[in-house]
Design a protein around this ligand. Sequence first.
Ligand SMILES: Nc1ncnc2c1ncn2[C@@H]1O[C@H](COP(=O)(O)OP(=O)(O)OP(=O)(O)O)[C@@H](O)[C@H]1O
Ligand SMILES: [Mg+2]
Length: 239
Amino acid sequence: MPVISFANAKGGAGKTTAALLLATELAQQGYRVGILDADPQRWITQWHELSGPQHNIEVISEVTVASLQGHIRELARTADYTIIDLAGARDAIVTTAIGLSDHVMIPVQGCAMDARGGAQILDLIKLMEETGKLKIDHSVVLTRVTSMVTTRALLTIKGLLAARGVNVINTPIAERTAYREIFDCGGTLYSMDPTKISNLDKARENARLFAGEVMQLLPVRIVRSQQPRRLFKVVRSAA
Ligand SMILES: Nc1ncnc2c1ncn2[C@@H]1O[C@H](COP(=O)(O)OP(=O)(O)OP(=O)(O)O)[C@@H](O)[C@H]1O
Ligand SMILES: [Mg+2]
């Protein structure tokens, strides 16, 4: 069961939004997803309370440094993917979550090009890799990208990060009304009314492409057994 955490030391970079888009998209595609809400602001928990029970999604709140590993171990029995939403900080819980993750996603706002919070997480990962002699896979995902941000500007950011050896997810997460509405109205992109939310089709496509890339990085194959309703999974490590 891959564990994916979303980290950026700066607040408002789009961590929770990206985490929820990934979780709901994976659930939509039939994967069982556990979300660990490790942000004291509890945005994912509030979304879950507003939405009611969601198919294939389990949310665990009140996650602490001490409880994190136990939650991950428990979810390994019931979930295909575990997603950890972290606060905009660089504290003990962020460090612990990073150390327990198979992949760290670092959302960085494409429009502001303010990558300082993301750079702090990149530095933290480097430090942990050096001192702990471990490898922590990670990627930057550009978020809140508007039509104002040109393809050329995005390519420049990607080039700069690539020069530092940082993997960048090809699909940037666009600025979309639908992504704000999820938190205001609850549910998912698939329970929203396309006649009421502008560009919902584009929002769904964007989330699908983003999740597709994450699934390629961290594949989990679900094989339905002969007995209906039971699922077996085979976890392969990324190529
Ligand atoms: N792609 C997007 N399109 C539209 N609105 C977005 C998008 N991403 C984030 N937002 C909005 O920006 C604000 C901050 O986003 P979000 O809560 O996801 O960031 P965060 O990094 O989790 O912040 P924090 O550090 O406070 O936890 C929210 O109001 C959210 O609705
Ligand atoms: Mg958040």
